[in-house]
Design a protein around this ligand. Structure first.
Ligand code: PLP
Length: 392
């Protein structure tokens, strides 16, 4: 048998060595704390919907955990991005710089502002924005007009830059902040995947003007569906709350709305889950690091594949554990996906790149060769915190 056909078997054996016999999902919720208690409290109180103490508590707990001055809970991470972009000043006809290598929500949220996503390349080290390459590109293809960054080809203002912390690994944030101030771009961090990840000790999502989180069922913690907007700016936080709660002016009985708002509020039921989940987040993060360490020793001897580790000076939440195939083995990706899934270990490739999706096929972009290279070589493997037996 040639080495070629062996790698997929070696990957299955390595995963089995860590997890034991399957099945193992890619990422399952772990609901082992006060979820039932808090949900029962909601039901008993009848406060199941848009009013209730768990929404306020969840926002306080999130701010406390992340170190953001303010957190505004919303109905999902996409809605959080939509409102964060609006508050960052994104207007109809603008362009917004986002990675080609991201989940579709990042691109969709830009279009909800009637703006156009403009795709940038990623670096292999962080899987996030390649700052040096983006600087070269902006230098060559944009100009500053009355303190705004204008795309010379389209004539449109590039209003904002959205770094995304892929699979929980923080991007080069110092580089992002320097680039953004140089080119007069607002920074909105898509931290949907990076709750619990830090850069130089500071929580991701708190560096930009605004940051966004997701609590979808497959994320590190879940509220069923949910999201949050983080910001250190009190006025932006107030405006985020206002816009996500139909822009209603406070009054005992009058329904007066002073701008077009959105029904993006997180229901109290979901927030109750969130409070219970946040209590367990520190132990989930420990379990996910433990899982990483176990995978690391299991994959250490394999040639052809590397387990991705957190970038220097960063702590990753290791939301999704990730293998990177080397150039000699990239052609075996689908074979590895087939073998692992057949062995009941759920694995998957990274998302199809945004510029390859029909709705974004005409969107502007820079050279995306590293994102393309990565997209042929990345494989996510089972990553739930509950896979580690030491986690209660
Ligand atoms: C999960 C996710 C979101 C938000 O998703 P929702 O399902 O709307 O909560 C946004 N961006 C990225 C990169 C994500 O992974």
């Amino acid at each position: 048998m040639s080495n070629q056909s062996l790698l997929s078997e070696q990957v299955v054996t390595a995963i089995r060595g860590v997890l034991g016999p399957g099945p193992a999902m890619l990422h399952e919720p772990s609901l082992k704390g006060n979820e039932w208690v808090y949900l029962k409290e909601c039901l008993d109180s009848t406060f199941v919907s848009s009013v209730g103490k768990f929404v306020d508590r969840f926002e306080v707990d999130l701010a406390c955990f992340t170190g953001a001055k303010h957190a505004v809970a919303v109905v999902n991470g996409t809605a959080a991005l939509h409102i964060a972009l609006k508050l960052a000043g994104v207007q109809a006809g603008d362009e917004v710089l986002i990675p080609a290598l991201t989940f579709v929500a990042t691109a969709n949220a830009v279009t909800y502002c009637a703006a156009t996503p403009h795709f940038f390349d990623s670096e292999a080290r962080t899987l996030g924005v390649d700052v040096a390459k983006l600087r070269d590109y902006l230098t060559n293809f944009t100009e500053q007009r009355s303190n705004q960054c204008v795309n010379r080809a389209s004539g449109r203002v590039i209003r904002a830059l959205v770094p995304m912390h892929t699979f929980g690994h923080p991007v080069d944030i110092d580089g992002v902040l320097a680039l953004a101030s140089e080119f007069k771009l607002a920074v909105v961090e898509d931290a949907a995947e990076s709750l619990g990840s830090t850069y130089c000790g500071q929580h991701t999502g708190t560096f930009g003007l605004l940051g966004t989180l997701s609590f979808n069922g497959n994320k590190t913690i879940t509220t069923g569906g949910g999201g949050a907007i983080l910001t250190n700016d009190a006025a932006l936080a107030r405006h985020a709350k206002h816009l996500t709660t139909t822009a209603k002016l406070p009054h005992a009985w009058e329904y007066r709305h002073d701008e077009i708002g959105y029904n993006y509020r997180l229901p109290n039921l979901n927030a109750a889950l969130g409070c219970a989940q946040l209590e367990q987040l520190p132990s989930m993060l420990t379990a996910k690091r433990d899982l990483f360490a176990r995978y690391q020793s299991a994959f250490a001897q394999l040639t052809g594949v590397t387990l991705l580790a957190e970038p220097a000076q960063c702590q990753s939440n290791y939301w999704l554990q990730t293998l990177l195939l080397d150039d000699d083995h990239a052609d075996q990706r689908d074979e590895i996906l087939a073998a692992t899934n057949a062995a009941t270990y759920m694995t998957r490739p990274v998302w199809i790149l945004m510029h390859e999706l029909t709705p974004f096929k005409d969107s502007p972009r820079m050279d995306l060769s590293t994102a393309q290279w990565l997209s042929q070589r990345l494989i996510n493997i089972p990553s739930s915190s509950g896979l580690v037996s030491t986690f209660l």
